[in-house]
Design a protein around this ligand. Structure first.
Ligand code: PAF
Length: 266
């Protein structure tokens, strides 16, 4: 497995592989079974598999959220190797956002609802880095998890609006035995906080907006940012909660989750 730190290296490494199909799995590291399912799908469907590993500062509002984001490059590279990744692109922030950087991609409407209300600028950061990764890797297929349903919808819109030649592949949410959707942020939860977080998948499993709102409103240890039905493709019941934490400096771990209401049961 090749590890590239610069855009020039990625382009040079991929040049001989352009006659076959290239799959890209964009990640921010702290890999879990959800990422591994994306890597497995990419491995099965593409000749060359590229994984990006970049904690994108542009999609974090507060410095402390960026600082507390889990990082473990050694573990991530080992997991990528085991999953059969051919190339990992792990750039520095300066490589992706060189001095004087000022070009942004904004999916205006989809980026400003739901999570966009609570995390202004988040989807601008996501769309910008994903478009830049697409341009660097030029994948035939790109793999994302249904867990981030709004992110998927933003990227789908960007691909359509900018006529990008990349196939969007969306894989089902992977859950732990207690129902919690796998997320890199779960490792920030203590055992009691994790119990409180369990209310989120339980509420969404009702697949009923009012029941989910009622269940979350009476749950201990968390604040609800939103519970909404979103008219995405497919439509989802989506929610975001902040699980109160006594250990983290900013006092909570923010979790998002959704269930598909109709169509493909991802
Ligand atoms: O889903 C993520 O991990 C990130 O938002 C992504 C797509 C890698 C962009 O930084």
């Amino acid at each position: 497995m090749k590890i590239c730190r610069t855009i020039a290296e990625v382009r040079a490494e991929l040049a001989p592989h352009r006659s076959g199909s290239i799959g890209l799995v964009p990640t921010m590291g702290a890999l879990h079974a959800g990422h591994l399912s994306l890597l497995r799908a990419a491995r099965a469907e593409c000749d060359t598999v590229v994984m990006s590993l970049f904690v994108n500062p542009a999609q974090f509002g507060e410095a402390r959220d960026l600082d507390s984001y889990p990082r473990d490059e050694e573990h991530d590279l080992a997991a990528a190797g085991e999953a059969g990744v051919d190339l990992v692109f792990a750039p520095s922030a300066e490589e992706m956002y060189p001095p004087g950087y000022q070009t942004w991609v904004e999916v205006t409407e989809l980026g400003s609802i739901l999570d966009g209300v609570f995390r202004p600028g988040h989807f601008r950061g996501v769309a910008t880095v994903v478009l830049k990764l697409f341009e660097i890797v030029r994948p035939d297929r790109a793999y994302f998890g249904q867990k981030d349903a709004q992110q998927v919808e933003v990227i789908r819109r960007m691909i359509h609006d900018l006529a990008l030649e990349v196939e969007l592949r969306v894989l089902p949410t992977v859950r732990d035995a207690d129902g919690l959707a796998l997320s890199s942020r779960n490792r920030l939860l203590s055992a009691p906080e994790r119990e409180h977080a369990g209310a989120l998948p339980r509420a969404l499993a009702t697949k009923d907006l009012h029941a989910a709102r009622a269940l979350l409103a009476q749950s201990d240890g968390l604040e609800v940012d939103y519970v909404e039905v979103a008219d995405f493709d497919p439509p989802v019941l989506a929610a975001a909660v902040r699980v109160r934490s006594t250990r983290l400096t900013h006092g909570f771990t923010r979790l998002i989750d959704n269930v598909v209401l109709e169509g493909d049961p991802t």
